[in-house]
Design a protein around this ligand. Structure first.
Ligand SMILES: Cc1ncc(COP(=O)(O)O)c(C=O)c1O
Length: 484
């Protein structure tokens, strides 16, 4: 590992540095999460990086031109590693496990923006742009079809450097697909634990196809995560390397989603970032990215954050908005969180939502998410399954296929617009975390079944974008009639 890289407890009262080749991803107290931390001055001096973001855009052009060239050129072609000076833990190009991830785009769609209620955004000098300020960061374009590849390339590179022999994850689907892809690229045996019947078909198909040993556990995601933590953390002698987002190297890779957003916006931060919340790795990574960039003097302000839960898996929403628990300089009210978890257990509450990717009741990164909400002056909301599916269909109708969990970000942005928390003239980036083909069953069900009524969380009727398949006779006249 580079000498300027360490791990450190997220508890501000514990500033001791831990070695970066550690594979137990909790502090010595056995429960506090860890951050990857850098001596930035030393790293940037030795890497010769002058903190000019123009370098990253130059690499984008170069990397695209010579993706089959040297290892250095391969790194330039990755949307994660072209920012390598901002996650500088890898020693040399050959330590990196990359499959060309992160070539994703910040997309505009003015028709969708206007339909949701956005207006031309107000520029810093007070004048108005001629276009609304909604942007979609389309992470479904990654090699395995979700944002997870950003984190996997980073965690697999760490795993390679520490000589991991086996890798494991618990998954609601996308982590397993991504782990399976990178395990096969790295030549390491991969094991995934999925809840029986709790995973969308597209994702299961990927894990099987890429050759990961897929264990269907008789339990939900929360149970699977508890089991992989037992395997990797409680029994280090097994040498099993954990790939869930409790692994802080995963989050280093996921920071680059925000680097690409900034790259596309000329390093002018948007007003808001809106992201679906499951295990809360993304929101934690985004806040770390902005905080570090701010400290490095590469941005002059930090955007606000909105984390959107599904109503059937709204632990963060409840803890933040109903119980009022805050980061509180690292002294968050853990006793109340434990009491809440006990209440959920006693009531037999299980996460249940059409957005299976965020069907998680015990988000492992909860403390980091509370810190992220503090750093980014954040808000938390939940949206119900109808609302998610209506917005998924709207996103699809406007040309960007996403899976249900991803649409929670767009549904959440609309809800915050209606509440007046997001202003219509602000610049808002919604993260589309996974591709539509991940969960075709949910899409077909939405279009084939007609519903009446209104979505509870925002003021739109149900089924507004449904596009039913039409049965027709095997006859050209009949077909023409249907074509209008
Ligand atoms: C498509 C999709 N969206 C959102 C999430 C939630 O992300 P996080 O766990 O970082 O909150 C996941 C996690 O599995 C996912 O697969």
């Amino acid at each position: 590992m580079n000498p300027w890289t360490h791990l450190r407890s997220i508890d501000p009262a514990d500033s001791g540095l831990l070695p970066a080749d550690r594979t137990s991803f909790l502090a010595d107290d056995g429960h506090t999460l860890l951050d990857v931390v850098y001596d930035w001055e030393r790293a940037h001096r030795e890497l010769g990086f002058g903190r000019d973001p123009a370098l990253f855009a130059k690499r984008l052009a170069l990397g695209a031109a010579c993706a089959t060239g040297s290892s250095e050129a391969m790194l330039d072609a990755s949307g994660v590693w072209r920012f390598r000076e901002l996650l500088p833990f890898v020693r040399a190009p050959h330590d990196t496990v990359s499959v060309g991830e992160g070539k994703t785009l910040l997309q505009r769609n003015d028709a969708l923006a206007r339909l949701l209620g956005f207006e031309p955004w107000r520029m810093p000098d007070g004048s108005r742009s001629d276009r609304p300020g909604l942007f979609l960061q389309y992470e479904g374009l990654n090699p395995s079809g979700s944002f997870k590849d950003n984190g996997m390339t980073a965690a697999f590179s760490h795993a390679r450097m520490v000589g991991a022999k086996k890798v494991v994850c618990a998954s609601t689907g996308n982590t397993s697909a991504s782990l399976a892809l990178y395990a096969s690229a790295a030549g390491v045996p991969g094991f995934v634990l999925v809840g029986s019947g709790k995973i969308a078909m597209g994702k299961l198909a990927q894990a099987l196809d890429y050759g990961a040993r897929t264990l269907q556990v008789d339990g939900d995601f929360d149970a699977c995560l508890a089991r992989v933590r037992e395997l990797s953390t409680d029994r280090p002698e097994l040498g099993v390397y954990l790939m869930n987002s409790i692994n802080p190297f995963r989050l280093e890779g996921q920071k680059t989603i925000m680097f690409r957003v900034l790259d596309a916006l000329g390093w002018q931060p948007p007003d808001w970032v809106v992201v679906p919340g499951g295990n809360l790795g993304n929101c934690s990574a985004f806040a770390k990215a902005f905080l570090e960039l701010h400290e490095l003097g590469m941005i002059d302000r930090i955007p606000r954050l909105a984390v959107i839960n599904a109503s059937g898996a709204r632990t963060l929403d409840r803890i933040y908005n109903e119980l009022g628990i805050r980061w509180n300089h690292g002294r968050c009210d853990n006793a109340s969180i434990r009491t809440e978890y006990s209440r959920m257990d006693a009531a037999g509450e299980r996460a249940a939502t059409v957005a299976t990717a965020i069907q998680i009741n015990r988000p492992v990164n909860l403390p980091k998410a509370l810190r992220a909400l503090d750093v980014m002056d954040g808000v938390v909301r939940s949206v119900d399954d109808h609302c998610i599916m209506e917005h998924k269909a709207l996103v699809g109708r406007h040309g960007f296929g996403c899976e249900p969990a991803s649409a929670a970000s767009v549904a959440g942005a609309r809800r915050l617009l209606e509440e007046g928390i997001i202003r219509p003239d602000e610049r808002v980036v919604c993260i589309l975390t996974g591709h539509a083909l991940k969960d075709p069953d949910a899409t077909v069900r939405y279009h084939a079944i007609h519903r009446h009524g209104r979505a509870g969380d925002v003021s739109i009727p149900l089924g507004c974008s449904s596009n039913r398949p039409v049965p027709v006779a095997d006859d050209v006249e009949a077909i023409l009639r249907e074509m209008g």
